[in-house]
Design a protein around this ligand. Structure first.
Ligand code: AHR
Length: 339
């Protein structure tokens, strides 16, 4: 870190630019500044976070903030991009300007990152992807990625529905469904939509009436579900590509005078498995939650320690994930959960 800061300052002095003086702070969130630290032994990490759109995201932010502490040897510069790619690009440029040691990005969407990653590479700053992936032609632009297997999550949700309908003796019936998709172009949306579609293709009696984005938020999930309920009076299943959209859907279904969950009119499958999803399953409103683990902070710290030691790291690193439904002892399980 010392060497990198020194060389940046030398170059800045030569061209008469006070780099440290005019370093731009990231626009959103509670970012610190690498030049504020005053403790050059710390490893400086800039984290370009998606936003604060869901319970999952809050748990993910907390995982980074509690891992990348001064006590653990890090200076964390955190930026909340408010679900906007342009804000994330600005934040990454700010991290580069501040001469951070590592950049971590949870990209809002998969495409459009080449230019800013090349800028980081030109400064010799390693980039680690967390949660969602990037679709770039040159994979050397980032060190590695750690996150959930979104296609598998979608397939797991589909296979759960196959088994559930079989158990209820409904496996030959026409089943009408709608999907509340995540942010279009985000890996979690792309993968879950694709994974579920793989299982849908094997079930001729499943009829996907419509897919529409609810932007991974509860408010938008509720709004889209309200419009689905006005348009279709025969929805049997809702696929909500995250828990918060499922919570919005539950509110919309109840407001429309219908019921949901294991004893209700509409079956709901959601993704993330945050604590509030367990509460919704225990309350009998939600059928199934496919886990997406948000606790990436320690995994990313482990990667950084390996890179510091000059070790190789695996390019793609999946986290372990499970599936939970109302046939399980959820009250006991939820006591053991960290998010
Ligand atoms: O990328 C992970 C997804 O993003 C989570 O499912 C969702 O809750 C979040 O907003």
């Amino acid at each position: 870190m010392k060497k990198r800061l020194l060389s940046i300052m030398l170059v800045a002095a030569m061209v008469g630019v006070m780099v440290m003086g005019c370093s731009q702070k990231a626009d959103n969130g509670d970012s610190g500044d690498a030049s504020d630290s005053g403790d050059s032994d710390l490893i400086t990490v800039g984290y370009a976070q998606v936003g604060a759109e869901s319970d999952w995201r809050t748990a993910n932010t907390e995982s980074f903030k509690s891992t990348f502490t001064k006590e653990n040897g890090y200076e964390l510069i955190f930026d909340d991009a408010q679900q906007k790619q342009e804000n994330q690009i600005k934040a990454i440029r700010s991290f580069i300007q501040q001469g951070v040691d590592y950049i971590v990005v949870a990209p809002v969407v998969e495409t459009g990152w080449e230019t800013v990653l090349e800028e980081a590479k030109a400064e010799g700053i390693p980039v680690i992807l967390s949660d969602r992936q990037m679709d770039v032609s040159d994979e050397s632009l980032y060190e590695c990625w750690v996150g959930g297997n979104f296609i598998k999550e979608g397939e797991d949700g589909g296979h759960w529905l196959e088994d559930y309908l079989k158990e209820k003796g409904m496996d030959g019936e026409e089943i009408n469904m709608v999907t509340l998709q995540g942010t279009i172009g985000a890996s979690a949306q792309v993968g879950r939509t694709e994974g579920f579609a793989n299982v849908l293709a094997e079930n001729d009696n499943w009829n996907m009436l419509e897919l529409q984005t609810g932007e991974f938020t509860q408010a938008k999930g509720q709004e889209v579900m309200e419009s689905f309920l006005k348009k279709y009076d025969d929805i049997d299943v809702v696929i909500a590509e995250n828990d918060n959209m499922a919570f919005g859907a539950i509110d919309a279904i109840k407001a429309a005078g219908k019921t949901c969950g294991p004893d209700g009119d509409i079956t709901i499958i959601s993704f993330d498995a945050v604590k509030a999803a367990f509460d919704a399953m225990i309350a009998g409103d939600l059928n199934c939650a496919v886990e997406c683990n948000p606790l990436h902070g320690p995994r990313v710290a482990e990667i950084i320690q390996k890179l510091e030691a000059g070790e190789e790291v695996d390019k793609i690193q999946y986290v372990d994930e499970e599936l939970f439904d109302t046939s399980m002892d959820l009250e006991e399980i939820v006591k053991t959960r960290a998010y």
